[in-house]
Design a protein around this ligand. Structure first.
Ligand SMILES: [Zn+2]
Length: 247
């Protein structure tokens, strides 16, 4: 088998102190939330966090995928870089994986401290918490269907970050939290499977720097129904709200 391309020398900043992050994880530290809020289905919300705080994204009513973006609070030119992160840590994210920022900054801005799905890699080669894909957007939706959809993740993220002075070009490739994806073996095309999150499942991370974060509760809900192509439906009944807790 070929080896991963991006392999670090000993002592590089790529090494993660797993013991430190295990101690930070809420289930070990017993920390209480400073702030909690709910993001209604098919909408977005942005918030700020200080370095050293933790955030839990919670499937409060059951399966629902989440599109997530992050920026440096003090210099929003520095933002999450999904494709480099995919090369460094893999196509799906697990505890102690770090989310890296774009050039010329290139540093971990978020470390995953815990998550409750434990999906692994299934028999189709699919994993959870996806870095292969990106957000749904109204432009591709119109190309595929001929229809307008105003609640795509791209639009939800844009509306959410406007209160921090960010604009459309600041919305970037996402991590799809709670989303199971892979590539078809024959044509290597992107596929999704139904979201495995149960009520109360969470994805938790540690902020390495002061952050603006934003999420969208995807208008395609738990991904259990076809979105585009044959048999596609408007799946409002499989869309649910998402909880956010800051510690
Ligand atoms: Zn979406």
């Amino acid at each position: 088998m070929p080896a991963p391309l991006y392999s670090a020398n000993e002592g590089s900043p790529f090494a993660v102190d797993k013991e430190f992050y295990a101690k930070q994880a809420i289930r070990n530290s017993g920390a209480s939330p400073l702030k909690t809020f709910e993001v209604p289905r098919r909408s977005g919300k942005a918030w700020t966090m200080k370095a050293g705080q933790l955030c839990r994204i919670v499937a409060i009513e059951g399966p629902q995928v989440v599109d997530f973006n992050a920026w440096n609070l003090h210099d929003t030119k520095e933002r999450f870089w999904a494709s480099r992160t995919r090369q460094l840590v893999g196509a799906h994210v697990n505890p102690y994986d770090q989310l890296w920022s774009c050039l010329p900054y290139l540093r971990p801005i978020i470390t995953v401290s815990d998550e409750s799905i434990h999906y692994g890699i299934d028999s189709d080669g699919a994993g959870c918490h996806d870095l292969l894909g990106t957000r749904c957007d109204p432009y591709v939706h119109k190309i595929l269907t001929g229809e307008q959809l105003d609640t795509c993740c791209h639009s939800n993220l844009l509306r959410a970050v406007q209160e921090y002075g960010l604009q459309e070009s600041d919305v970037h490739d996402v991590i799809n939290i709670f989303q199971v994806t892979g590539l078809t073996p024959d044509t290597e095309q992107y596929f999704v499977k139904p979201c495995p999150a149960k009520k109360g499942d969470y994805f938790e991370f540690y902020a390495e720097i002061d952050l603006i974060c934003a999420l969208s509760a995807c208008p395609h809900g738990d991904m259990s129904k076809p979105i585009w192509g044959e048999g596609a439906v408007d799946p409002l009944d499989i869309c649910r709200p998402i909880g956010v807790e800051i510690y």
